[in-house]
Design a protein. Structure first.
Length: 206
């Protein structure tokens, strides 16, 4: 039986890169030889439609329900090394997000290093803390900077602010690339740093 690890990708707002991050990270794990699948917990089913349009070999299961934590094993099974859960925005489907976090071994929050996204981070941490009240062990979590601009001083400033607040930021960051922004419905052949994210997370999760 595979020791499956579940990584839930969360941010409380739309447009933060959750779906894109989930897609690229899943392909990074697959390229490294892991058995991986995706649970699309957003009722918009963007990842399911993307996988069908691009003919992915990675399985995608649509599960936009509140009790993901109780259902996923019976539907997905235990044959995968990694399961990635893409979540909807909290203010739209709070119950689904909480269920996805209860199911998780790790929570990953993609965000651009900007003031507007920094302002929402305390809500992300509060959400994880609420879920921790119903977990046997606290959920480990980290921030993934995406849409970064090379050599921008603000990126390191925000990294320091988050670290000073006692939270973790992955060393790897994902650059702002038109190819990433326009990747929807296209096959994923280049990883743009998500392979390094997978390596970092593997050390964190295991």
């Amino acid at each position: 039986m595979t020791n499956t690890k579940v990584v839930t990708v969360i941010n409380l707002k739309g447009g933060s890169g959750k779906t894109t991050t989930t897609a690229f990270l899943a392909h990074a794990y697959a390229k490294q030889g892991h058995a991986v699948c995706i649970i699309d917990a957003d009722e918009q089913a963007s990842l399911l439609r993307w996988s069908e349009a691009a003919a992915w070999e990675i399985p995608v299961f649509a599960m936009p329900v509140k009790n993901i934590d109780r259902l996923w094993k019976g539907i997905v099974g235990s044959r995968f090394d990694y399961i990635l859960i893409d979540t909807p925005p909290l203010d739209e489907k709070a119950g689904v997000v909480y269920g996805a976090l209860r199911a998780a071994d790790y929570a990953l929050t993609p965000m651009a290093p900007t003031l507007s996204e920094m302002d929402r981070l305390p809500d992300v941490w509060d959400t994880i803390e609420r879920v921790n009240d119903s977990r046997s062990e606290p959920l480990n979590a980290s921030i993934l900077f995406n849409r970064t601009i090379p050599n921008a001083a603000s990126t390191e400033q925000y990294r320091g602010d988050i670290t000073d607040a006692g939270q973790r930021v992955l060393t790897t960051s994902i650059p702002r690339r038109e190819a990433i922004a326009q990747a929807f419905n296209q096959p994923i052949t280049k990883l743009y740093g998500h392979d390094q994210v997978a390596i970092e997370l593997e050390k964190e999760v295991n």
